[in-house]
Design a protein around this ligand. Structure first.
Ligand code: ZN
Length: 89
């Protein structure tokens, strides 16, 4: 399978069989097999199934978990980058 970024030959990650992932030795990108990529219509239809509102307890619980695991541990670094980037001059 060719890398999505550099089109170099990539290697199947053998530790995972479903779905199938590849690793590019040139740029380190890990990407999923094209077979699992949804068409635009499939993507839209799946999106329309979501109820991402504050009234949806499951969504709110999942979002809070994501923030706790993937945002809060890095929030100090993000604040530093933001202040460096947008500091008044
Ligand atoms: Zn690559």
């Amino acid at each position: 399978m060719k890398c999505w970024l550099y089109e170099s030959t990539s290697n199947k990650i053998t530790e995972i069989n479903n779905p199938i992932y590849f690793h590019c030795p040139t740029c380190d990108l890990i990407f999923i097999h094209d077979h699992y990529i949804l068409s635009n219509d499939e993507d839209k239809n799946r999106y329309l199934l979501y109820d991402n509102t504050m009234e949806n307890e499951g969504y709110v619980k999942q979002l809070k978990g994501f923030i706790k695991e993937a945002v809060q541990p890095y929030s100090h670094q993000l604040k530093k980058v933001f202040l460096q980037q947008y500091r008044p001059r």
